[in-house]
Ligand binder design. Structure first.
Ligand code: NAP
Length: 261
């Protein structure tokens, strides 16, 4: 049994990691800026919660004290991304190194390297902060979560549509499958200072996935192809978000949408 700190453990991926690590018998501490009430959805029974802010550094010492492994599942969007991923990761790795934390596992995204998309550049800076630290850093780059792909489709709701990025394929993965890999790596799977890629079981066009969501959800909205501009659109259309050679034998999108419907 190890003491595992899940940074961002109240978020989508973090909650799944927290539950998986507790299930495997680890002693789990969750750090986030807001600690959930024990009847909230974000609360995982058996975890200890610490209020900490990656950007200001408040609470980080308490969070890392006595920890063997950090799993970083923090997230931020817009202008906050650069702060949380670059500044926050620096604050965390320096504090962790001072407190003798041995290993860090970072959840990143397939295709962040070399992309001009601002959020991906922030993720690349986060990876760098860990890589340059004295910690045994293992980066796990995952493809888009089932939930995220669905959220893209649902962006079309205000105009009565499901938005499907044109010329784009996804390899969506279940958050539970990502969590299992992250906990395997936290337990020592893989190599020190390595980058591991994982993707969902199947590569499919955005349109085909949107059709599956349309059928399962029963919506009458039409599928609207959109051309995504900027660095994100370019990265996705080039297929740099795909790793078919690293497909996990996990939950297919079609099964996930049925479970949601
Ligand atoms: N979505 C995808 O398809 C996908 C695919 C591959 C990888 N990823 C990566 O997976 C990671 C997790 O994504 P997610 O969607 O699960 O995140 P999320 O649900 O948005 O959760 C983010 C977590 O980070 C915490 N957080 C935010 N700012 C913080 C700060 N300053 N200090 C401490 N904690 C902070 C949040 O809690 P508080 O707000 O209370 O602080 C929350 O616990 C991200 O790094 C993302 O890049 C996502």
């Amino acid at each position: 049994m190890s003491r595992v700190l899940v940074v961002g453990g109240t978020g989508l991926a973090g909650r799944a990691v927290t539950a998986e690590a507790i299930e495997r018998g680890h002693d789990v501490v969750v750090a986030a800026r807001r600690v959930p009430d024990d009847d909230a959805d974000a609360y995982v029974n058996g975890a200890a919660y610490v209020t900490a802010d990656l950007v200001t550094g408040a609470g980080l010492e308490e969070a890392v004290d006595g920890v063997d492994v950090i799993v970083d599942t923090s997230n931020a969007v817009g202008k906050r991304a650069a702060h949380v991923f670059a500044v926050g990761a620096q604050n965390l790795v320096h504090t962790a190194a001072r407190f003798g934390v041995h290993r860090a596992v970072v959840l990143s995204i397939v295709g962040v390297e070399g992309s001009s998309y601002g959020y991906y550049r922030a993720k690349a800076a986060q990876e760098r902060a860990y890589r340059e630290s004295p910690l045994d850093t293992r980066i796990v780059r995952a493809t888009q979560f089932h939930d995220f792909v669905t959220a893209i489709f649902e962006r079309g709701r205000p105009v009565g549509a499901l938005l499907a990025p044109s010329g784009t394929r996804f390899q969506p993965i279940a958050v539970g499958d990502v969590a299992r890999v992250l906990v395997d790596v936290a337990e020592g799977a893989g190599e020190p200072d390595s980058v591991l890629h994982i993707g969902g079981p199947r590569v499919e066009s955005a349109r085909s996935l949107a059709e599956q969501w349309k059928r399962a959800s029963g919506t009458r909205r039409f599928i609207l192809p959109i051309r995504l501009g900027g660095g994100l659109g370019a990265t996705w259309r080039a297929g740099r978000n795909l790793v078919p050679e690293h497909a996990v034998d996990g939950v297919h999108y079609s099964a996930w949408v049925d479970s949601r419907a």
